[in-house]
Design a protein around this ligand. Structure first.
Ligand code: ADP
Ligand code: MG
Length: 380
């Protein structure tokens, strides 16, 4: 990293930082309903070599995209002006400056092992590594969680992607060997031990390597539907409906469009599944998480309707081959699924999924273990 930085900018970087991608164990489409999520960081990271500048210039380079250094001016950064990859790190600089932090420029060289567009939050990794580096170099004193909020602000308002807070919080705040239980309303969080290896278990990520175009509009539609449901129920957000009151809430929604009722059922039940998974992990009953993942998938498939044939095939083939549980993770319509499996079965289950994909004529999926890893940190 340092050599590549020097070749680009003519000097050694002041430091090197890393921030991971993530998978979400449970709690999907809940983060814009003030609900609960439970992501874990992947060993895959975006790495940034960074130096400060005092002349206002912002120079950005990624080893992973063609094209040279992108030259920007920190004082002239305009939201929504750039759909290029550089908008992610530039957005972070913009968000920091908007919040009054004296960031006077930077030279940044990035390289990432987080697969892009696979629902594993390569974008959040890019933002959070940038925010973490600038926070350290400019001695801004912001906490990991404050950096995550700024990174989300960058993605929402500078890049123009209406994502929730989960991805950035996961990349900034996860701890090795743990899943992160996050309340997306007040951002309170707890590290929940998730030691798969100690229990001879593995969590596989299956990247389907498809991304259906449907996804973008569908996200906004689900979001609007959830907000309509909350309004009709007279609550600030669907998070305010306790699981025990779900049947009554659905009855009260009898006059609402059918899809709104389905969305409400998904969100309220998935918040409940997060609570269930936490109770199981706290009790050390990791294997029992499997069936909860399968229920979560069914809810995403049938009620929220954000799955797709490839994701359903992962879950079907994996569970048929003996996995403890599986579900799509992230926004759906392609991207990745997770599979909880006995260590001894991991190979057979991977093979079964790969064969099922071949038989269905789908692209060969990429399968790798999700080892719960640490959040953003300084490397050098
Ligand atoms: P996800 O976050 O699920 O991977 P997104 O569509 O949110 O998918 O973000 C992917 C985008 O992030 C890419 O299209 C690219 O603009 C940017 N990105 C991610 N990783 C890199 C990288 N290593 N170099 C440059 N841009 C990247
Ligand atoms: Mg993203």
């Amino acid at each position: 990293m340092e050599d590549a930085f020097e070749a680009l900018y003519g000097a050694r970087p002041e430091g090197v930082w890393a921030a991971p991608g993530r998978v979400n164990l449970i709690g999907e489409y809940t983060d814009f309903n003030d609900g609960f999520v439970m992501p874990l960081a992947l060993p895959h990271t975006a790495v940034a070599a960074v130096s400060r500048r005092t002349d206002g210039a912002l120079r950005l380079h990624s080893a992973d995209v063609p094209g040279g250094v992108v030259h920007l001016d920190t004082a002239a950064l305009e939201p929504l002006s750039d759909t290029n990859w550089a908008a992610y790190p530039a957005g972070v600089v913009w968000a920091l400056r908007e919040a009054g932090h004296p960031v006077t420029g930077a030279d940044i060289h990035l390289a990432s092992t987080v697969p892009t567009g696979a629902g594993l939050s390569s974008s959040a990794a890019l933002e959070v590594v940038t925010a973490t580096a600038l926070n350290d170099l400019y001695e801004l004193g912001l906490t990991a969680s404050e950096l995550a909020v700024l990174a989300q602000h960058a993605e929402n308002d500078f890049v123009g992607v209406p994502c929730g807070i989960m991805d950035q919080m996961a990349s900034a705040c996860c701890a090795e060997g743990n899943a992160l239980y996050l309340d997306t309303r007040d951002l309170s969080q707890r590290q929940v031990p998730f030691d798969l290896a100690a229990r001879q278990l593995r969590l596989l990520v299956v990247d389907t390597r498809v991304k259906h175009a449907l996804g973008d509009g569908a996200y906004a539609e689900r979001r609007a539907g959830c907000e309509a449901g909350a309004r009709a129920l007279g609550v600030g957000a669907l998070r305010d409906i306790p699981y025990a009151e779900l049947p009554a809430a659905l009855e009260r929604l009898a006059g609402e469009p059918e899809n709104v009722r389905r969305y409400v059922r998904h969100v309220v039940s998935d918040d409940h599944r997060v609570e269930q998974v936490i109770a199981l992990l706290d009790a050390g009953d990791v294997r029992a998480v499997g069936p909860v993942l399968v229920e979560g998938h069914a809810s995403l498939r049938d009620d929220l309707r954000v799955s797709c044939p490839e994701l359903d095939l992962v879950v079907g083939a994996a569970t048929a081959a003996g996995a403890l549980g599986a579900r799509m993770t992230g926004g759906g319509f392609g991207g990745s699924a997770i599979v909880l499996v006995e260590e001894t079965e991991a190979e057979a289950v991977s093979k079964a999924v790969t064969e099922a994909f071949a038989e269905a004529g789908h692209t060969t999926p990429r399968i790798f273990p999700a080892v719960p890893s640490r959040g953003a940190h300084r490397l050098v």
